[in-house]
Write a protein that binds this ligand. Sequence first.
Ligand code: SF4
Length: 288
Amino acid sequence: MPLITPFDPWRNQYCTCPDKFSLSPYTGCGHACLYCYASSYIRNFSNPRPKKDFLKRLENQIKKITKNSIITIANSSDPYQPIEKELKLTRKMLILLEKCELKINIVTKSILISRDLDVLKNLGNVVVSFTFTCMDERLAQRLEPGCICRPLEKLRTISMLSKYIPVAARFDPLIYPLNTTNIKETVNALSDSGVKQIITSTYKTKPDNFKRMCAQFPEHALLWKNLYLTCGERKGGYNYLALSLRQKLVEEVKEAALSEKLKFSTCREGFYNANTTNCDGSSLFIFS
Ligand code: SF4
């Protein structure tokens, strides 16, 4: 089984990512985000496990990848799993990648990434996409119960990373009305932490994530059923909010980002004209 695979946006008609590869040391994810999309198509998802003989196989397979290719680590699992603290598999992978001339985009929501700053600095061409859903500690804990990092710790981590590495913040998903009441405050906090770009998207329902969300937030279940199932749109296997509400939320994030002089992009919304740069943070690479 190849470890490095062409990025597959699951045939999403709205994906505007450049050509790139996906690489993940782990299968499954322990952050247990209620809104997760990947949990619907990976078996035993909530039990993250390292891929078999990962480093040995990677050493062989990486030789076949053209120099300067973009590799995203990772799309369906956070490379900084709770078990990464002991296993150090992501760290070893990054050390192996130091020798390769690649553009590496690390996508995470864990402060554990700060442990590897020494290695990240040696990678040469690296961008971190740090997912940040809200400033509210209690809400973050309910939304991402397996990710033990508090919002303030995340902001501190972003500050520390962004002194050395370009960081884009993934302020997503926007879950109306949970994390959409203080958009400007959130964007300002991310800006103060040194991010160069805000990437955003609205929450889309799949049956399993919708079940988890409604069970955790029963007070919003009726509203969401109305917004998504009655008034929303069905696209590519997901239920989207109605176009007007999606536009309103995304515009609010954009306005806040531009007022902070940050780059801005949307992910899988179809709002191509709203983006001021590449949708996935790849414009932050050197020589991109
Ligand atoms: S970190 Fe990403 S892959 Fe992991 S549970 Fe959360 S949304 Fe899913």
